[in-house]
Design a protein. Structure first.
Length: 487
């Protein structure tokens, strides 16, 4: 078994992991639009809003990453009794792999971070939050939830964003409870006093945080190791994993081991949330018995993947395994993607200013008509995504005798074509949900349809995209081909 195969096997075990995550949850809002004029009221751009999205941020992003990696997460946090708090609660409930244990505190503002962007340029971030100490009743409620859940988990994550949930007393209580239960504790730290994390299995400061916590230089390998050892010796921490941006990571253990891991990223789009991904990967690995050195390697690969995505993104177990097996995969294999991976890739293309097209079909027996459609579609965009009906979807649409070729075979053939940049298999009868997830700029369908008959046309036109009806190549169809074969 190769080294990467060993790591991939560790990833497959993540679905057995049970994690308790406690920390500051936030609501991350994103407002996207276009700027084509300056306001007459002041020398500022006018953003014409095209779409808005919201997702879990802060400790919520750690939870999203844990779920994407396959772990079951018990999430203890606090929100206010406000609209943002109710939206956070709703978003947590969308994740079936998350067991929510949220405390509601009256009169408290749920933390909201709203980012306004035009194209690939972020214009402004607006924050709304409360950072005052929690009420006594809220602290008791949080501790009560942790106490009830601690026996179920293999690791505890403390995701500290300094918004009040992880007070010194709560941190101390949680670490003591975890130690008594034999649970490892992984900390994404905040502030300069790391003595509050005494007894933790691992802390994951970045370079700047390490310097602030130790008042030591952090310029170079030797300095990083010396500062990490200072934390271990002075603060009673088990191990330190220092994230070093373009310089990778350094793991320093209480036993004296040092592991320098070079950065894995091939292309960097956005580093926001990368620390959350590292914490999630380390916790999932530790909870499933992975040695620290191997866990750090997995976290390093995960970090390299997530910074290649746009926005506050997550790393899926499939992403991690695919990256580990990258050298063994051919180009066609890499062009067949899950819906989530495809959405990330489309976001990267759009971030580069590339126009994304979409078409779909069963493509059971590829014929010249299909090739004509795909080539025409590619002329209208910089990148073409093909939605492919799954075997079960084809069977429902075409009958029990179809498909002739399996979805894997059909996807492989499509992925081999130069006109096709990505293939996504969908289970539904129509590609509407896939179109909504990918948000293409151009939707292409054959001219045997009218625009009002094209599934998803209303969505694409609604966000300013266009629908193209491709000319048909006469005399070609899969049904006719199968009929001739039966003669």
């Amino acid at each position: 078994m190769t080294d990467h195969s060993v790591l991939a096997t560790r990833v497959s075990a993540f679905k057995q992991a049970q994690i308790l995550c406690i920390g500051d949850v936030m609501l991350d809002q994103f407002v996207y639009g276009d700027v084509d004029r300056i306001s007459p009221e002041a020398p500022i751009p006018v953003l014409r809003v095209r779409r808005e999205t919201a997702m879990l941020g802060g400790a919520g992003n750690v939870v999203r990453n844990l779920g994407a990696l396959g772990a079951v997460t018990h999430f203890v946090s606090l929100v206010g009794d406000d609209m943002a708090g109710r939206e956070v609660t709703r978003l947590v409930g969308l994740h079936s792999e998350v067991d929510p244990a949220l405390v509601i505190e009256d009169g408290r503002q749920t933390t909201i971070k709203t980012r306004f962007s035009a194209g690939s340029q972020q214009l402004l971030r607006a924050d709304r939050e409360t950072t005052v100490a929690l009420s006594g009743a809220s602290q008791e409620a949080l501790v009560s939830k942790v106490t009830a859940l601690i026996s179920k988990v293999g690791a505890v994550v403390l995701s500290d964003y300094g918004k009040g949930v992880l007070s010194k007393s709560i941190v101390r209580t949680v670490i003591d409870l975890a130690t008594a239960a034999g649970c490892s504790v992984v900390v994404d730290p905040k502030g300069a006093d790391y003595s509050v994390y005494a007894g933790a299995t691992l802390v994951t400061p970045n370079r700047k945080e390490l310097q602030e916590a130790t008042s030591l230089p952090v310029d170079g390998d030797e300095a990083i190791v010396a500062a990490a050892r200072r934390l271990i010796d002075d603060c009673g921490i088990g191990n330190v994993l220092v994230t070093r941006s373009q310089d990778g990571m350094t793991l320093v253990t209480r036993d004296g081991e040092v592991h320098h891991l070079p950065a894995e990223a091939r292309e960097v789009f956005d580093v926001s949330g990368a620390g959350d991904t590292v914490v999630a990967a380390m916790a999932a690995a530790i909870a499933t018995g992975t040695p620290l050195a191997l866990a750090a390697r997995l976290a390093n690969v995960a970090a390299g993947i997530v910074v290649g995505k746009v926005g506050t993104a997550v790393v899926y177990a499939s992403d991690l395994v695919a990256s580990l097996h990258h050298s063994d995969r051919n180009a066609g294999d890499m062009k067949v993607a899950t819906r989530e991976t495809a959405a990330d890739q489309v976001a990267r293309w759009r971030h580069k200013g590339q126009k994304v097209g979409f078409t779909n079909g069963c493509f059971d027996l590829l014929h010249p008509g299909h090739i004509s459609l795909l080539n025409q579609a590619r002329l209208h965009c910089d990148r073409l995504v093909v939605g492919l009906n799954s075997d079960q979807s084809v069977k429902r649409l075409k009958g029990d005798s179809r498909p002739v070729q399996s979805e894997v075979s059909r996807a492989t053939v499509l992925a081999s074509l130069a006109a096709v940049d990505l293939v996504v298999i969908f289970e539904e009868d129509t590609p509407r949900e896939l179109i909504a997830a990918l948000h293409p700029d151009v939707l292409v369908k054959g001219a045997d349809y009218t625009v009002d008959q094209v599934v998803g046309a209303d969505l694409v036109q609604g966000w300013g995209g266009k629908v193209v009806l491709a000319e048909l190549a006469p005399g070609h169809s899969t049904t006719a081909t199968i009929a001739r074969m039966a003669q």
